[in-house]
Every structure is written in C-alpha cells, then in structure tokens.
Design a protein. Structure first.
Length: 146
C-alpha cells in the first residue's frame, strides 16, 4: 500500500474527516465526544494525515508546541482495520522529521497504557508514573529529536 502523508489545515473538510476518524478510534470506545472548545483549541496546531492510494484517510496525528524546544504528539489514530500494518510507524516518523524541521529538540506524548510498547519500539521512554486521562491509564513518554 502506497501511503502519502500531508499536513492538513484546521477547519477544512480533511480536518473534519480526521476528527471523525479520531472519534471512531479514540473517543467512541470510551463513550466520549469532542467539545466545540476542544476542537477550537486546535486552530494553530499541526495536523498530519496519512492517505492511501484511493485517497482514503488512514491515520492522523496532531503536534502541539509545548514550549520553544518541545512538541507534544497528540490524538494519534489509525483506522481500526489498518492497525498493526506499519501506518502509525510511518506517521510518527514523518511527525518527528517535521518537528525537527520546525526546530524542536524533543517530542513528548501521553500514551495509553496499551500503546506503550508501540512507542517504546520507536525509541520513546516512559517518564514518571502511570496516570489516568480520559478515564484510562496513560504514561508520559518522551524522545530526543537531536
């Protein structure tokens, strides 16, 4: 499968489609939704989306600056039927390259406990103790980009 990764704009049809994917993968299983305020806060963040040959949206992630040297990866979602096929790995690698081009030296994220092994394989390390976010266990993780 040929995969293309693009930066998409906030408030575009592509962004709206990505919110739908995020809802299906990340929120719906927890019985949660996005508030208009949560989505509005993303207007100045970086939105990356992975598309297949047919133009179908396969995956999404968000990069949110967390100071001048660090960026936070958020809302990583791969279509359920496509998980485990390397799409998330490609998307994370592209987000790291973009973060480096934007002069960030490190990446942080809050990984669901079930996703920790995925991020560890990509070189991320746990930082601190397990905590609860959106009602499920998470770990803060980080990786140097320089």
């Amino acid at each position: 499968m040929d995969i293309q990764i693009y930066q998409i704009g906030f408030g575009t049809p592509e962004y709206d489609e990505a919110v739908g994917l995020r809802y299906e993968v990340l929120r719906k299983p927890l019985g949660l939704d996005y508030s208009p305020e949560q989505l509005a806060s993303e207007y100045d963040q970086v939105h990356l989306a992975a598309y297949g040959n047919s133009g179908a949206l396969l995956a999404y992630l968000n990069l949110t600056p967390a100071g001048t040297e660090t960026v936070k990866m958020r809302q990583v979602a791969v279509a359920t039927a496509l998980q485990g096929k390397g799409i998330g790995t490609l998307l994370v690698a592209e987000s790291e390259r973009l973060a480096q081009r934007l002069q960030f030296e490190g990446m942080t994220l809050h990984a669901r406990e079930t996703a920790v092994p995925f991020y560890e394989r990509l070189g991320y390390v746990r930082e601190g103790e397990r905590f609860e976010e959106v009602g499920i266990p998470h770990f803060k993780m980080k990786k140097a980009l320089v």
